[in-house]
Design a protein around this ligand. Structure first.
Ligand code: HEM
Length: 424
């Protein structure tokens, strides 16, 4: 159990922190805007040993320190489930599902060193910044295809037409999935990612597991084809990725392919949706960006900071350890609130202001340390091409209806984003 190095926990401080957490995780106000509650945590209980189980970090320096400390890892379970509104039956089902998942080859996200180091090293070689930059023109074409549809209709849901399909198409194309299979893959991916939420129901977990199995089968077929006849795609590169002693085995290739969809789809979808939302809520910044498209790269990073697509990251204590003034025991859960770290005034001047020209410290949205997002460059290029494409194609883009957030805790994003566009 986590205990403060300095002595007993102050009950008032714990109550204030836990009340803020309940708002963040379980109230309509918190869903609409968690930031006032993040602020309470940062200011009043920054290293918060919660009565719900788990220790919660909300300041930038603490989140970074925990994520960079390999005494805390991912190898012994997924993100903390204690804060979801989970009934015992769902929790039991999730544990069974997790046990089944762990019988299969695991992806790097669920591994600790040395296994993590080895797999990430081999995958990074096939996932270089150069390869990603080389994809930029093609990503711009894929964006244009999506924008054609929106331009034709003049109005529509930007989530369904653009933000949801684009990231899946990009990863599918990178991996070498033939375009005729994209619709099937997209629907499997949307089922797959449901289990990322701590509050997923048994039905959603079952759908997710079935989708993971179907994706494994699909990629097993594709790997066989590429082994016989390699192409210039990521599946062929993963088959080829090796160092002097080592290469990825078949199971690992399938686990990595599934991970790339799970980690890269909804996150990037929400970067696009949360970006539109922030711009609609800050008209001056929308107009500034449309008038000066050279601001697109800083705007994308500001969107990532201001409304982080991934709000929290979790670790499990792998060995007894002292950090940030707390003694942790093996098995303790730690939660880093990335969205709160991104509004820490010690790191971002005037953090509540949305400023598309902001420059400064790196955002915490991609995590930190050994699990730092492998797809960060790709996500940025996708975001940049989307907003550059929107500015190029449309003289104006206006909100055209309700933009409620999904009832989600980890991956924060819009349910829908109706827009009206006027082509140039
Ligand atoms: C805006 C979009 C994205 C955000 C906010 C995001 C965020 C994150 C975060 C916070 C982590 C760290 C997880 C941890 O510490 O346990 C992570 C890991 C990862 N992400 Fe992303 N991600 C995004 C897009 C992508 C894309 C497009 C891909 C690839 C197609 C990708 C692939 C990965 C992989 C492979 C890992 C695991 C790295 C490891 O365990 O070493 N992500 N991402």
């Amino acid at each position: 159990m986590a205990v403060l190095v300095t002595g007993p926990i102050d009950p008032d401080q714990q109550r204030v922190g836990d009340e803020a957490l309940v708002e963040v995780f379980a109230s309509a106000r918190g869903l609409a805007d968690p930031n006032p509650f993040y602020r309470t945590l940062r200011e009043q209980s920054p290293v918060h040993i919660s009565g719900f189980g788990g220790t919660v970090f909300s300041r930038y320096d603490d989140c970074r320190a925990i994520l960079r400390d390999n005494r805390f890892g991912n190898g012994e379970g997924g993100p903390d489930r204690a804060f979801g509104s989970i009934d015992p039956e769902t929790l039991a089902y999730r544990r069974e599902m997790e046990a089944r998942r762990r019988e299969r080859p695991l992806s790097m996200l669920a591994l600790d060193p040395p296994d993590h180091t080895r797999q990430r090293g081999l995958v990074s070689r096939a996932f270089t910044p150069r390869r990603i930059e080389g994809l930029r023109d093609r990503i711009a074409e894929l964006v244009d295809e999506r924008l054609d549809e929106l331009a034709g209709a003049g109005t529509g849901d930007a989530m369904a037409l653009l933000a949801e399909p684009l990231p899946v198409s990009v990863i599918a194309e990178m991996l070498g999935v033939p375009e005729t299979d994209w619709p099937e893959i997209r629907s499997l991916v949307s089922d797959l990612v449901q289990s990322l939420e701590p509050s997923a129901s048994v039905d959603e977990l079952q759908l997710s597991e079935a989708a993971a199995n179907d994706l494994f089968d699909y990629f097993a077929g594709l790997v066989a084809v590429r082994r016989a006849e390699p192409r210039d795609d990521l599946i062929s590169a993963l088959i080829e990725a090796r160092d002097d002693h080592d290469m990825l085995d078949e199971g690992e290739i399938l686990a990595v392919a599934n991970l790339l969809f799970a980690a890269g789809a909804e996150t990037t979808t929400n970067l696009i949706g949360n970006g539109l939302n922030a711009l609609f809520n800050h008209r001056d910044q929308l107009e500034r960006l449309w008038a000066d498209p050279s601001l697109v790269p800083t705007a994308v990073d500001e969107i990532l900071r201001f409304d982080s697509p991934v709000q929290l990251d979790g670790r499990t204590c792998l060995e007894d350890a002292e950090a940030c003034g707390v003694h942790f025991s093996r098995g303790d859960r730690l939660l880093t609130l990335l969205g709160a770290a991104n509004r820490d005034p010690d790191h971002f001047e005037d953090p509540e202001t949305f400023d598309v020209g902001r420059r400064g410290e790196p955002v915490m949205s991609f995590g930190s340390g050994i699990h730092y997002c492998l797809g960060a460059n790709l996500a940025r290029v996708e975001g940049q091409e989307v907003f550059a494409g929107l500015i190029r194609r449309f003289a104006t883009i206006e909100p055209a209806g309700d933009r409620a957030y999904r009832k989600r805790l980890v991956l924060r994003g819009l349910e829908q984003c109706p827009v009206t566009v006027v082509s140039r």
